[in-house]
Design a protein around this ligand. Structure first.
Ligand code: HMG
Ligand code: MG
Length: 310
């Protein structure tokens, strides 16, 4: 029994922000490696406009090829009815993930609609998902700050969480899209959101722009959250949140809870292997995850010839 869920979003949040398009076969290998490491909830792609996010234009081809393992649940972003048609036609996925911002300007930049219109247009899609037995995850983005508007009121986040509950969201992930949140803010936010939704249905999605994502995960855990989104090696970012960096690294989250003796069901060594493979064979640039870098450095030192006299 695991005490909490590490929700891997690297193949979606990570790869959507890569400057180069990754071949579908490499994405599939990445997903398989994540599954082998023990991750059981993986967000694999997006059924958004390929004009807006060309990196994930192969969603329709990728979904039917996903490896099947017991207990493995895949999600993908679905912004509208057209995305839902593609999601259903592709198969292989059981969670549709909607996304909407707590701030107007980020929402407009991200999906070309006001918050109210975006929610309203998604209502029939959410109803269809329910009828089809598809679970609905919903991201409330920019909860700790907006790249365009700055501060976002806690009341705006709580109001959005209420609307997402009314829409039928099974789980709501609070997104610090910009990575500006801090632990006291996360505690306040989670405390306020707990009045609008049971915390078993709340996830935390922390980007690491200011280096506080892991501290925010810890704060969220202490406040009662038990699902944490993370990206292998710290990949990621929202192309419509300029300046924002990747998600908290999966290795860092797993290591944090390993150190506290809290089971995640995920093997750190396998994550490090997966990041090393991704870095060397696919992206060919260093990944930022702290624990990954430390483990890789330690391995290289162990493997390196010792200087004479030592
Ligand atoms: P739009 O241009 O307003 O769409 O985009 P439209 O309805 O006016 O249609 C225009 C064209 O797009 C049409 O094609 C449609 O068929 C097509 P045309 O007739 O011109 O050839 N179209 C689609 N094609 C494929 N799939 C679809 C689809 N919908 C329309 N689903 C839209 C609106 C929402 C589609 C667009 O703005 C979009 O794709 N945005 C996605 C942006 C995105 O993916 N951002 C990153 C993910 S969010 C994130 O990273 C934050 C998160 O991690 C949490 C956090 O960190 O806080 C989740
Ligand atoms: Mg994100």
């Amino acid at each position: 029994m695991t005490a909490l869920t590490v929700y891997e979003v690297g193949p979606r949040d990570g790869l959507q922000n890569e400057p180069e398009t990754i071949p579908t076969a490499a994405k599939l290998e990445l997903i398989e490696r994540l599954a082998v490491a023990g991750l059981r909830r993986i967000e694999v792609t997006s059924f958004v406009s390929p004009r807006w996010i060309p990196q994930l234009a192969d969603a329709d081809a990728l979904a039917p090829l996903l490896p099947e393992l017991p207990g493995l649940v895949y999600s993908a972003l679905v912004p509208n009815a057209e995305g839902y048609e593609r999601f259903r036609a592709a198969g292989g996925l059981s969670v549709a993930a909607f996304f909407v911002s707590a701030s107007e300007t980020h929402n407009r930049k991200n999906v070309n609609r006001s918050v109210a219109e975006h929610l309203e247009r998604f209502r029939p899609v959410a109803e269809r998902a329910k009828a089809d037995g598809v679970r609905l995850r919903a991201y409330a983005s920019t909860v700790c700050g907006c790249p365009y508007e700055g501060k976002v009121a806690v009341s705006a986040v709580v109001g959005l969480v209420e609307k997402l509950r009314a829409l039928g969201a099974d789980e709501i992930s609070l997104g610090d899209t910009l990575g500006v949140g801090h632990p006291a803010q996360v505690r306040e936010l989670v405390g306020a959101v707990a009045g609008a939704a049971p915390l078993e249905r709340i996830a935390l999605h922390c980007h690491d722009t200011y280096g506080r994502a892991l501290a925010n995960v810890q704060a969220g855990f202490e406040a009662g959250v038990r699902t944490f989104d993370a990206s292998l090696g710290g990949l990621g970012g929202c192309p419509y949140a300029p300046g924002a960096s990747g998600n908290v690294a999966t290795e860092d989250v797993v290591d944090l809870f390993d150190a506290a003796g809290i089971a995640t069901g995920v093997e750190l060594g396998r994550l490090v292997e997966a990041s090393a493979w991704l870095e060397d064979a696919v992206l060919r640039r260093p990944l930022p995850g702290r624990v990954y870098r430390a483990r890789r450095g330690a391995r290289a030192r162990e493997g390196a010839p010792r200087p004479a006299g030592n």
